[in-house]
Write a protein that binds this ligand. Structure first.
Ligand SMILES: [Zn+2]
Length: 278
């Protein structure tokens, strides 16, 4: 059996939560607002969630103009990790000045409290890497999809989680190939993001019919139902299916067995990135 873990997700709906719980997928789930943080800790209080849920809290860059550090600080201090926080100039219209101010406040709080941080870097890869230097800490760079500045992060205490578009996105494949196994993890970013990655992938592959590997063809035919030989058990669990597919793709890129990679990714999450959490 492959060991699956999810280094980055969000609250999701009831069905997504049940999928995580039933498959026992250890998931680092991020609350982006104080309201979500309250809900996340309410979830954590429910029976069965201890098997899968690790909470993280932080004001997401898309929410940077709606909340202050004061609003989120109590939740940040309760959670074992901070995030996702960062800056975004691609999918977000909030001024970068506003984003950077709240980002730096949270970086400072996290470093002082000794809590590892999950980072959102879209379009601001260079700026985020340079900001981190002022706040020495452990960082998880989530779904990095930029072909540049990887070294800026690898020179610091940074870890990377690879997202569900690794089967077609060359920039994400580069991350999977370049980052050493002991700094690498896998993620869904929640099922909405998995769906987005599948749709984008179909468009991308429509333009590039050639050079598909077997697993890509299989995914294209049946993106939600990936079972993978003896792993048929996961066919109705979309969180499981996505992570299994990402695991297999990354393991292939690394030239190692999925069994080995799965164990390492989970160890990297619990014993590596989160270290003290148990
Ligand atoms: Zn996210």
């Amino acid at each position: 059996m492959w060991i699956l873990s999810d280094a980055h997700g969000h609250l999701g709906d009831e069905r997504e939560r049940l999928e995580r719980q039933e498959a026992g997928i250890l998931s680092l789930l991020c609350a982006s607002t104080p309201g979500e943080a309250e809900e996340l800790f309410r979830m954590q209080g429910k029976q069965g969630t201890e098997q899968y849920l690790i909470p993280a809290c932080g004001i997401h860059p898309w929410q940077a103009d709606r909340y202050s550090l004061e609003d989120m600080e109590p939740w940040i201090l309760r959670a074992p990790a901070v995030g996702e926080i960062g800056m975004d100039s691609v999918w977000c219209r909030i001024s970068l000045k506003v984003q950077e101010a709240i980002f730096r406040q949270q970086l400072e709080l996290a470093a002082k409290a000794g809590k590892p941080v999950i980072l959102h870097t879209k379009g601001q890869e260079k700026e985020v890497a340079s900001a981190l230097r002022q706040y020495p800490n452990r960082y998880l760079v989530h779904w990095y999809s930029c072909e540049e500045y990887l070294e800026d992060y690898l020179g610091q205490d940074c870890w990377f989680s690879v997202g569900p578009d690794v089967w077609w996105n060359p920039a994400v494949q580069k991350v999977a190939k370049t980052v050493p196994m002991d700094r690498l993890l896998i993620e869904t970013d929640g099922l909405e993001a998995v769906k987005w990655a599948a749709e984008e992938g179909r468009k991308y592959l429509g333009q590039r019919r050639q050079g598909l590997s077997g697993s890509m063809e299989q995914w294209e035919e049946d993106p939600w139902g990936f079972g993978g030989g003896e792993h048929q058990w996961g066919t109705e669990n979309r969180v499981f299916s996505s992570l299994a597919h990402t695991l297999k793709t990354v393991a292939d890129l690394k030239g190692i067995r999925p069994e080995t990679a799965g164990k390492q990714f989970r160890d990297n999450l619990v014993l590596g990135f989160l270290q003290v959490y148990n």
